[in-house]
Write a protein that binds this ligand. Structure first.
Ligand SMILES: NC(=O)c1ccc[n+]([C@@H]2O[C@H](COP(=O)([O-])OP(=O)(O)OC[C@H]3O[C@@H](n4cnc5c(N)ncnc54)[C@H](OP(=O)(O)O)[C@@H]3O)[C@@H](O)[C@H]2O)c1
Length: 170
């Protein structure tokens, strides 16, 4: 089986913050639309806390939910008990769905597992020093080259201006 590449999708503030109180610390309607477009028709790997924050399976995508808790087995998610298990499950789902990549959608614990292996990153750099309790893990920027950049003022439903940045592993 061909292994589809991993692709991280994340919105992070200027200070690296991605979450507060197990929720997104901002409202960015334009970014939610981009998230939907980037993940549509693909398997998504996410952590249990991220799953709790979203609170439901997202339509048009398959969710691989990482948890060590044997009691967690919600409807609408494929549960994985380890990183290897998550990748294997996502690969099978990608083959079934005809998806060319696997989206890794957080939170920080899951990004940390994926970072050494991810081929791409779709970043939304939120132009704010947002207070929060979860930050995106440090990574070697020189291991990636920028392939796309688009700046946006805050539009309707967006609390901050932001920049979409795509990175590809060199
Ligand atoms: N800005 C963004 O783009 C973005 C994206 C996603 C999430 N977020 C935010 O990030 C925060 C959540 O991130 P987080 O780092 O606290 O949690 P998380 O990564 O979403 O989930 C952590 C959980 O994943 C499970 N897990 C982790 N490693 C595992 C492994 N190796 N094997 C099996 N299960 C494993 C564990 O679940 P159990 O405890 O059940 O065992 C762990 O408690 C929230 O605030 C959320 O809103 C932001």
């Amino acid at each position: 089986m061909t292994v589809p590449p991993l692709s991280i999708v994340v919105a992070l503030a200027e200070n690296g913050v991605i979450g507060r109180g197990n929720a997104l610390p901002w409202r960015l309607r334009t970014d939610l639309r981009r998230f939907r477009d980037l993940t549509w028709g693909k398997p998504m790997i996410m952590g249990r806390k991220c799953w709790d924050a979203i609170g439901r399976p997202l339509p048009g995508r398959a969710t691989v939910l990482m948890t060590r808790d044997p009691g967690v087995a919600p409807e609408g998610a494929h549960v994985a008990r380890s990183w290897e298990d998550a990748k294997r499950t996502a690969q099978h789902l990608a083959a079934t769905m005809g998806a060319a990549e696997i989206a890794v959608v957080g939170g920080a614990e899951i990004y940390r597992l994926a970072l050494p292996e991810t081929s791409r990153m779709h970043l939304t750099r939120v132009h704010d020093l947002t207070p929060g309790d979860v930050v995106f893990p440090a990574f070697r920027a020189d291991e990636f080259r920028e392939t796309f950049r688009e700046e946006h003022p805050a539009g309707e439903g967006d609390q901050h201006p932001f920049t979409f940045i795509d990175l590809q592993r060199r």
